[in-house]
Ligand binder design. Structure first.
Ligand code: AMP
Length: 379
C-alpha cells in the first residue's frame, strides 16, 4: 500500500492562477479553483487567498507548472535554489511566463515551506527530439552560445494524451507512432515515436508552428521588418501584431474564439470562413509533414478546447488523409463527447478524442518523486 498524500497543483499563468488539489495515489480530485486578471504585483496575494481555503497543513507536495525548462530540465524535478536560478535564467526565452512561475514558487514556498515543491516543465517532454528536429538552419554558434533552438511546448498535455492513447489502443507506446494535435487557444502538433517526442510544431517560443487564436504561427521572417515599416512601429510593435492580432482573430477580423468565428461564417461572413479554412488547412498540412517524419502513423489524437469540442475542425483536418489510412466515422465524430474513437472500425489509423489533463500528470509526477525520495517521504 502506498501512502496517501494531498498534492496541490499550482499553475501561475501570465494573468491567472489555477489550482487543483488531488489525493494521491488514488488520483481523486478534492477541489479546484482559479483567479483571473491578476496583475504582476498581485500574485503573492492571490496565492495566499487560495491557500487560506485549503487544508494546507495536510498538503505535503506542491507541483508547480513552469513554461520553459530549456535544455536543463528533461523531466520534473525537486525545486532547489539552483533550479530556481536556472528557471530565472531561462526567462530570456519566456519573459511573460517564467518570472511569474517563479513568483508562484517563492510565494508557495514561503506559505508552505514543509512541503516538497516540484517543477513540471512544458518543454521537458520534447527534450528527446534529435538535432535534425530542433536545430534552425542559422549559424550553429547561435545554438551553442545562446541556446537558439526549438524547445516545443504543451509537453505535459502531449504526454498525457500519449499515455491515454496507448491504454485506449491496448498497444504499448514503445510500438506506437502517434500524431498528437493540441488545438486550443494555443495550438501545437507533436510527432511521437515509440513513446518519445520526435518533432513538434512550436519553436524556441510558443509563437511558432500553426495559426492559433491570436498568434500567427510560422511566417516568412522577412515580413517582420516590413510590418515595422508599414505600421511605423518598432520590433516590439511588430511582435505584438504576430502574438496578439493574428491567427483566427487577425484573419477573421472578428474574434479569437472559434465558436464566434464559426457562427459568423455560418451567417455568410467570408473573412470568418477564410479564417477557418486557413486554420484547418495549416493543421492538415502539418499532419502531412509528420506522416512523412514518422513514415506513417498508428493513431491521431485531438485534444484541448477545439480538438475536444469541434467535430467540424476534426472533420476538415482529416479530410484528404484517406491516402494515409485515416478514415473518420462521421457519426462517431459528431457524437463523441469526452474520450473516444472517431475513426471507422475499418480505418487502419485510429483517430481519437482525448480530453487533456495536464494537472493530473503534474500531480502524478510530483507524487512519484515524493515516494521515490525515501528521506523526504520519511520526513
Ligand atoms: P483551450 O485553450 O484549450 O481552453 O481552448 C480554448 C478554445 O477552445 C476557445 O478559444 C474556443 O475557440 C475553443 N472551443 C471551446 N469549445 C468549443 C466548441 N464547442 N466548439 C468550437 N470551439 C470550441
Amino acid at each position: 500500500m502506498q501512502e496517501r498524500q494531498l498534492v496541490l497543483v499550482l499553475n501561475c499563468g501570465s494573468s491567472s492562477v489555477k489550482y487543483k488539489l488531488y489525493e494521491m495515489p488514488g488520483r481523486k480530485l478534492i477541489s479546484s479553483d482559479y483567479l483571473e486578471q491578476i496583475k504582476r504585483d498581485e500574485y503573492e496575494k492571490a496565492i495566499a487567498s487560495i491557500f487560506e481555503k485549503l487544508p494546507l497543513d495536510d498538503v505535503s507536495i506542491i507541483a508547480h507548472r513552469v513554461v520553459h525548462g530549456g535544455e536543463a530540465f528533461k523531466q520534473s524535478v525537486i525545486i532547489t535554489d539552483e533550479v530556481k536560478q536556472e528557471i530565472d535564467r531561462l526567462s530570456r526565452f519566456a519573459p511573460l511566463h517564467n518570472p511569474i512561475n517563479l513568483i508562484g514558487i517563492e510565494a508557495a514556498q514561503k506559505l508552505r515551506p514543509e512541503a516538497l515543491h516540484v517543477a513540471v516543465f512544458d518543454t521537458a517532454f520534447h527534450q528527446t527530439m534529435p538535432p535534425s528536429s530542433y536545430l534552425y538552419a542559422i549559424p550553429y554558434e547561435y545554438y551553442e552560445k545562446y541556446g537558439i533552438r526549438k524547445y516545443g511546448f504543451h509537453g505535459t498535455s502531449h504526454r498525457y494524451v500519449m499515455n491515454r492513447a496507448q491504454e485506449m489502443m491496448e498497444i504499448p507506446k514503445e510500438k506506437l507512432r502517434l500524431i498528437s494535435c493540441h488545438i486550443g487557444s494555443g495550438v501545437s502538433i507533436t510527432a511521437i515515436r515509440y513513446g518519445e517526442s520526435l518533432d513538434t510544431s512550436m519553436g524556441m517560443t510558443p509563437l511558432a508552428g500553426l495559426s492559433m487564436g491570436t498568434r500567427s504561427g510560422n511566417i516568412d521572417p522577412g515580413i517582420i521588418p516590413y510590418i515595422e515599416e508599414i505600421e511605423g512601429t518598432d520590433i516590439t510593435g511588430a511582435m505584438d501584431v504576430l502574438n496578439k492580432r493574428s491567427g483566427l482573430l487577425g484573419v477573421s477580423g472578428h474574434s479569437n474564439d472559434l465558436r464566434d468565428v464559426m457562427k459568423k461564417a455560418e451567417e455568410g461572413d467570408l473573412r470568418c470562413q477564410l479564417a477557418i479554412d486557413l486554420f484547418t488547412t495549416l493543421l492538415h498540412k502539418h499532419i502531412g509533414l509528420y506522416l512523412a517524419r514518422l513514415n506513417g502513423v498508428d493513431g491521431i489524437i485531438f485534444t484541448a478546447g477545439i480538438g475536444e469540442n469541434s467535430p467540424e475542425v476534426r472533420q476538415m483536418v482529416c479530410a484528404g488523409l484517406e491516402f494515409a489510412g485515416v478514415i473518420l466515422d462521421n457519426e462517431a465524430n459528431r457524437k463523441t463527447k469526452g474520450e473516444g474513437f472517431i475513426s471507422s472500425p475499418y480505418s487502419p489509423v485510429k483517430v481519437m478524442v482525448i480530453p487533456t489533463n495536464e494537472e493530473l500528470v503534474m500531480a502524478t509526477d510530483a507524487y512519484q518523486i515524493y515516494i521515490s525520495s525515501p528521506e523526504i517521504a520519511l520526513g
